[in-house]
Design a protein around this ligand. Sequence first.
Ligand SMILES: [Zn+2]
Length: 476
Amino acid sequence: MPLMRCTNCQTVVDATTLDPTCEKCGSALTLVPSESQGLKRGAFDRNSIGAWRYRDLLPAVPDADIVTLGEGGTPLLAADRLGKEFGLNRLMLKDESRNPTGSFIDRGVTVLVSLARSRGVRGVECETTGNLGASLAAYCAKAGIETNIRIRRSIDREKLYQMIAFGAEIQTSRPGRKDEQSDRRTLRATAGNPYILEGEKTTGFELIQDLGWKTPDVVVVPVGTGGHLAMIWSALQDLVHSGLIESQSCRFLGAQSIAGPTSGGQSKQRSSQAELTFAELEESEPGLRRLADRAMHDSGGQAIENSAAETVKAIGILARTEGIFAEPAAASVISSLKSARDERIIDRDEDVVCVVTGAGLKDTKAISRIARTSTPTALRDDYDLARLQVGPTKLEVLVALAKGSTFGYDLWKELSGSRSITTASVYQHLGELEGLGLVRRSGVATVKGRERVLYRLTDRGSVFLEMAGRLGHRNR
Ligand SMILES: [Zn+2]
């Protein structure tokens, strides 16, 4: 049985389950490093790339039970253009957005799900705001294990779509509510799971091997739950401990987001982005946060705060200079890097690595803000149009008009075939659609002594229907 230590009260326990927490205080546990003397660098060079390259440093899993989607083995890229922007000569990016589900968390989930398969686990439950659930759903799909995910309202829609696609069962939950575990063959996974944390160390192992078994001067990592930052730091200790590197003197800077409603609200001004909250940044586990704080403190680093506005800006800077589209939590390292340079916390000639933890398409709220302010007018119009909410009756009016110009009265006759609707109501819908620029009056005719207005679809209306997938499909 592996020995585990509490991240809070330091109690050491024998871990028998795959989802242990401290019996005394309920905090997250981490594995006590086992003796790993005698490892040679060459052995890692020979292994194929990816997180399992470091299996000698990971919890033991039988070969046949390893559940992998090709996680890890992410590129360490020289970021010359971004470096120039910030006055850094040796800036590198570890691009974790390339992982199978678009997040570094895959490195941890591969370890937990592999162990789960080796122990005959039938189902995995988890409560999440995003990346963890998306990753678990993917790896459990691969392993043939059922996933039951409780999501919070604040979840990023794109991550929810990932979970749905991977066939997870989804439920909504309120934060803080504790449900009883359904049965012993069901595993409850959290971001603080000790095996997930072990797998996250591979970011650190890989980074050091990428650098020719040398440590950089500075590593910038999003703080998030605290786990990833603490584990990269812990990986460096493990490498020293096992003799694979002689020593390490790498400063850890944590990108700390103060996005969303800030407590006290005095440190940063409220901005137009103040209402933007990034679900992934809100998760926090006190024990892991404490570990991260220790990593930053002991390494001579510190946490650097970012506002939502700075983070949104950083997404754009990173994408435009280095061709990497990161999600807000990931881009926060770039705004922290900028602050660190402005405050001279990092010198121009230091080796700096920013860990970009997740892909931009996993949370598009922020980029949609940029789209609204910086895209050309035509694009912006399309964008506004795509977001337009039109009710079912208006949609029917538009679909009917797509056939050609129609009198309001005839439109009423057509619509009232399938529902009870007054002529006044039809004219009101038409008026509102005119206001939205989707419909216009194309003429007036006198029919049976009464004046009737002819309506037609505008080009904008056609584009809208096309976007809604309703052009040429009049019937449901
Ligand atoms: Zn404890």
